[in-house]
Design a protein around this ligand. Structure first.
Ligand SMILES: [Zn+2]
Ligand SMILES: [Zn+2]
Length: 512
């Protein structure tokens, strides 16, 4: 605690006591009356002192972050300019690691047998607060930071999920929490987890399985978004799998009877999966692409592959539907006289909300406030909004708003490997308006806004909210106990974590 700035009122009370010139008897009672009143004031001041002190510390740490906004903006921009796909994020990971180690973190790279995964740590002992940082890009969404469609490289990768901002803001938060701990002699540990390949590669699952997070008392994360929100909400559990069929090639016109079509097997499997849609629980999502379907129409395809996702708010339901999908693949292979192999590429749990931590996060997000545009940014936003499909209603002013607090285990639309983390340690996250209101993730509009000042402003809202939330958890020891109790209640008795990816190693080549 910083004691240098004692409130002025303390010295005023003391001088008021002794300056009274009253007869002895009166002075005695007067003195005691004063004493009681002063005691009350003193108690109020003792009670308020930590509030003043925390307020001063918050103000100082937030203005430091403001002063470094361009530095962290440049860091994000460097990652944005060189978008790297899952498990191939060599430069992005190194940039974040270097920023952390230059600031005083001890960085361990290549954890969980993943070259681009890292853990950066400052401090020692409990509590341990983790902040997660992502940095992988998406294929095919290359885009310049302009308000109309213009790829930098046609068909190239782009940061359409804003993970360049995610990484940079989490690093900014980690460093500012460390600065605050140093200045105020705070006990405990802050860690930044560099978590690769969120987009389908499940980096966090392997980091969790390697035991890297088990002593964490609270794990913080955030995600770029088109709005500012910090609620206790969930996501969908997901298993993604590549089904591979091996047949026999032959001339499709001269000797079709000698061929065994792997593409037929893919089509038969997908037909059965599409029939299954009628007989799965509500809220199930199944989608696929055919990644290999043969080379030429006049050659019976000897190899074909389809890539399936199955999602539901409950990981157990996902596992059951996945087992039925495997049966469909086996049936397809049997009927087409082909051979089938499958590889689970990724499997993630649904996000388990933690209301205890989310309320703290929401309070801090409200304190920081949303994103206010300059006239140029407003113009950019208006132009982006014009490119939305008909019916999407949005206004640049929405970026200033904070969504109301919501508690829900419904699942939302997407999946994240944060899900596994949230079943293991108390976890909390937020979204900030790094994209123009109304923008969907994985679009060129997201890449565009994420590469200019709107992205930087939204990212700093996240860095500040994460910082204040970590400070709150460090200074209120009861919070971690309550958060853990909530986690245990939500998980239910007898829960034991089993990764949905099974025993496989991280699919380091899934984007190659
Ligand atoms: Zn994404
Ligand atoms: Zn994402």
């Amino acid at each position: 605690m910083n004691c240098r700035k004692l409130p002025k009122v303390f010295s005023e009370i003391d001088s008021a006591h002794w300056s009274q010139k009253l007869p002895i008897q009166e002075n005695y009672f007067y003195f005691h009356a004063i004493k009681i009143r002063s005691m009350k004031k003193l108690l109020v001041l003792i009670f308020l002192f930590p509030v003043f002190s925390v307020f001063a510390q918050e103000k100082e740490i937030l203005s430091k972050l403001d002063a470094k906004a361009d530095f962290y903006g440049d860091l994000a921009r460097q990652i944005w300019s060189n978008p790297e796909l899952g498990y191939l994020e060599k430069n992005s990971s190194q940039l974040l690691q270097k920023t952390l180690s230059d600031a005083g973190f001890k960085v361990t790279a290549g954890v969980a047998n993943i070259p681009t995964a890292f853990v950066a740590e400052y401090g020692s002992g409990k509590p341990v607060i983790g902040i997660m940082a992502e940095f992988d890009a998406l294929p095919g969404v290359s885009q310049e930071a302009v308000s109309f469609r213009k790829p930098v490289v046609v068909g190239g990768a782009g940061h359409a999920c804003g993970h360049h901002l995610f990484g940079a803001a989490s690093v900014a938060a980690g460093i500012s929490v460390m600065d605050w701990m140093k200045a105020n002699k705070i006990k405990g540990t802050v860690r930044v987890y560099g978590t690769p390949a969120e987009e389908g590669g499940g980096g966090k699952v392997y980091m969790a399985r390697a035991g890297l997070i088990q002593d964490v008392d609270a794990m913080l994360h955030w995600h770029p978004s088109s709005q500012n929100a910090a609620g206790a909400t969930s996501s969908l559990a997901n298993i993604s799998t590549k089904f591979r069929f091996y047949g026999e090639a032959s001339h499709a016109a001269a000797a079709p009877e000698r061929g065994k079509s792997a593409l037929d097997a893919v089509e038969a499997m997908n037909f059965m999966v599409n029939l299954m849609r009628e007989h799965v629980p509500m809220q199930t999502r199944m989608h696929y692409v055919i990644t290999r379907g043969g080379e030429a129409p006049n050659v019976v395809p000897a190899f074909a592959e389809s890539y399936h996702y199955v999602r539901h708010p409950d990981a157990l339901v996902v596992q059951q539907i996945f087992d039925r999908m495997v049966k469909a693949a086996e049936g397809a292979a049997l009927g087409t006289q082909t051979r089938m192999e499958y590889e689970v590429i990724n499997g993630v749990y649904n996000l388990l909300p933690n209301e205890t931590l989310a309320r703290i996060m929401h309070k801090n997000l409200e304190k920081i406030g949303g994103v206010t545009y300059s006239p140029e940014e407003k113009k950019f936003a208006e132009e982006i909004i014009k490119t939305y499909p008909e019916g999407v209603k949005a206004s640049p002013e929405d970026a200033t708003k904070i969504a109301p607090f919501v508690v829900s285990e419904e699942g939302g639309g997407g999946s994240t490997d944060v899900g596994d983390i949230s079943w293991l340690v108390p976890t909390v996250g937020l979204g900030t308006a790094t994209w123009v209101p109304g923008t969907s993730a994985h679009t060129w509009q997201a890449v565009a806004a994420g590469g200019m000042s709107i992205g930087q402003k939204g990212m700093m809202v996240a860095a500040k909210t994460l910082t204040l939330t970590a400070m709150d958890i460090f200074t209120n020891p009861a919070v971690t106990g309550q958060a853990l109790q909530e986690l245990n209640t939500r998980r239910g008795e007898g829960f034991s974590y089993k990764a949905l990816v099974g025993n496989r190693e991280a699919p380091l080549d899934y984007r190659k």
